[in-house]
Design a protein around this ligand. Structure first.
Ligand SMILES: Cc1ncc(COP(=O)(O)O)c(C=O)c1O
Length: 415
């Protein structure tokens, strides 16, 4: 499709003006921010919600008897209920606030894993996992001697589900899979993976890394029937320092604390300590109060935009982007499976991804260049890294055009 015959809808409803940073320039050019997969920009409403707390009603929560503390405690807990409804959980008690996806997965590995796994047990990951869903399990493997198996990735970036079925065994205790690959944008058929695991053995637990999934599509953890679903606030147009671990209540109830400290206990004495139930048992110490409020505002923002708009808009831009990238000679795209979101991961023959990234920067285009914390996937493709351009709900056709022009310039300068 030529640039001027693109469907009108791509820019039809532009939320850009809600994001102050997108009104700025980079290196004298309009900022084409194509790194939302790493961390998304924040709408004014999120910035305002956090400022309102800091300027007009900040205190610690859960323990103050005075009004502003009680008000903020109520607002904080209301976000827990909002997150539960956002992902279709049964109850707010299934929502644990963590620092990020990484901490959510470490919590499951160290609390559930250390309690329920033993030497010789197997867990199944995939070749496309982010390091956040590999390294915590490797640490656990060193500690207790579990074995890690991996579902292979096919040439188009999708998972080899036939191979997955052969990996399932009586020793399998956990399957932990990314929902949408941050490195290629490929969307995994997580419903099928959960179903295959359940059909094989109802006792197998399933964790879904939804760090990219929760951003691009509506999540319903009840319909999915996963045991754990994790995501991270800063990719969801919210602040850094706040993440979510969803867990089925009965599973969370069976798990011991991850860290000890204030706010997670019922009673402490030197003869012994008793703990609160989930989710508080897993939230030791003062939480990220202001960031939780920011996350709540981000969810309000997303729900106002609506996932129907987000998916339609991002898919139209994805298709437009694929067409424009075809104009670049020698460009190889990784992740060609049709079920994919707006992430373009590619190399250009004869050019190093870091050199391209630096020239794009001069053209006002922000992309990521490297392994994207997915070294095993890069090894699978036999490469060191890629250029990754990733879309957000505010991305538009000009961003893609600026990328395409920048790539042509990089080829001219470096080729
Ligand atoms: C798929 C995936 N999993 C996990 C993470 C880790 O997120 P965080 O660094 O916020 O913990 C990321 C971040 O890039 C990701 O894309």
């Amino acid at each position: 499709m030529a640039a001027n015959s693109a469907p009108k809808m791509i820019n039809a409803h532009d939320f850009r003006s809600d994001f102050p940073v997108l009104q700025t320039q980079m290196n004298g050019k309009p900022l084409a921010f194509l790194d939302s997969g790493a961390s998304a920009q924040k709408p004014q409403s999120v910035i305002d919600a956090m400022n309102v707390v800091l300027e007009g009603g900040y205190s610690n929560i859960h323990r103050g008897l005075y009004s502003i503390s009680q008000q903020l405690t109520g607002d904080f807990e209301a976000v827990r209920a909002k997150v539960a409804s956002f992902i279709g959980a049964n109850s707010e008690k299934e929502i644990i606030f963590t620092r990020n996806s990484t901490e959510s997965i470490n919590l499951v590995a160290q609390s559930w894993g250390r309690t329920f796994l033993k030497a010789g047990d197997e867990i199944i990951l995939t070749e496309m996992e982010h390091h956040a869903n590999i390294v915590p399990w490797q640490l656990l493997a060193e500690q207790i001697g579990i074995e890690i198996k991996t579902i292979p990735v096919l040439e188009d970036g999708s998972l080899d589900l036939a191979a997955f079925e052969t990996l399932l065994s009586e020793k399998t205790k956990l399957v932990s899979v990314v929902h949408i690959s941050n490195a290629t944008g490929v969307i995994n058929n997580i419903s099928k993976i959960i179903q295959l695991s359940r059909d094989f053995n109802l006792k197998i637990k399933v964790l879904i890394d939804g760090s990219q999934g929760a951003v691009h599509t509506k999540i319903d953890v009840k319909a999915l029937d996963c045991d754990f679903y994790v995501f991270t606030g800063h990719k969801l147009y919210g602040p850094t320092g706040i993440g979510v671990l969803y867990g089925k209540y009965d599973v969370l109830e069976s798990m011991p604390p991850y860290q000890g400290g204030g706010d997670m206990i019922e009673r402490v004495s030197f003869d012994g300590t008793t703990f609160k139930g989930p989710p508080y048992r897993f939230e030791a110490g003062t939480p990220a109060i202001v960031e939780v409020i920011g996350l709540g505002a981000a969810i309000d923002y997303l729900e106002n935009v609506g996932f129907e708009y987000i998916e339609t808009h991002e898919n139209a831009l994805r298709d437009y982007g694929h067409e424009r990238l075809k104009e670049i000679d020698g460009l190889k795209l990784y992740g060609t499976h049709p079920d994919k979101t707006g992430i373009f991961s590619f190399g250009v023959q004869g050019l190093h991804h870091s050199d391209i990234g630096m020239i794009l920067d001069q053209c006002g285009v922000a992309v990521r260049a490297g392994h994207h914390c997915c070294m095993p996937l890069m090894q699978r493709f036999g490469i060191e890294g890629t250029i990754r351009a990733s879309l957000g709900l505010y991305s538009n056709q000009s961003d893609i055009d600026q990328l395409s022009e920048g790539l042509k310039k990089a080829k001219d300068m470096l080729g």
